[in-house]
Design a protein around this ligand. Sequence first.
Ligand SMILES: C[S@@+](CC[C@H](N)C(=O)[O-])C[C@H]1O[C@@H](n2cnc3c(N)ncnc32)[C@H](O)[C@@H]1O
Length: 245
Amino acid sequence: MHSAPSTRAGDRATYVREMFARIAPRYDATNRVLTAGMDEAWRRRAIALLAPPKGGRILDLCCGTGDVVFHLLRTDPTLRVTGIDFCVPMLEAARARAAKEARATPEFLEGDVTSLPFDDDAFDGATMGFSLRNVVDLDGVLREVLRVLKPGARFVNLDVGKPQNRLWRRLFGLYFYGVVPLLGGLVGGSRQAYAYLPSSLTHHPDAPHLRDRFERAGFVEPRYVPLMGGAISIHIGTKPKARAA
Ligand SMILES: C[S@@+](CC[C@H](N)C(=O)[O-])C[C@H]1O[C@@H](n2cnc3c(N)ncnc32)[C@H](O)[C@@H]1O
């Protein structure tokens, strides 16, 4: 199993960025194969839980090639969507897709989600797909998301999870830690990258603990929706409404 260097946060972030740069050209096709096409339905579910307001300004963190961004715009072309990611080849793939498929024009920005280049209270909602595991400073990202959301706005995070049922967890583990690196090597072109991706789950909090981290960061009504028996989780948190003076 390949793990990212754990010594310094900067080293790990560089490792993650370079790894995604290697797999960017075949990232979308590999996802469809690894999830048997189900990732599209999970993204739609996440967006339904966000329930973005018409014409709202939405931030997609770690947008990669733009999968969540394009789903948002298909759901509601009036949305003003910004995707942010620190991997340039992933962003280039996103911009190439935008030229072909988006009815509205999304904005794709290069940036690190641990230090967002936006004002406070700027967005009506935020999303993140299959990425929180890869970010070095999880609590820092949650604080940043909270800062840039408007009071009352939601953050929805879709990611791989850890099933509670022991038998299912074992079976899922065989697939995730055994089959994903093999298929990732064949379809995605980098067995090493697709060995790192499952390992990023190992030290990630399970669903109830991640919900607690949302709460500790300051989100209200934190909750999660398990899909596929908990192999996939959608976490939802809301920025508290401003108190009346
Ligand atoms: C597994 S991909 C997910 C892409 C997309 N959200 C999706 O649903 O397909 C993870 C993405 O997170 C990005 N990423 C990881 N850490 C980041 C950070 N600190 N700041 C910005 N992007 C980051 C990577 O460059 C990569 O594009």
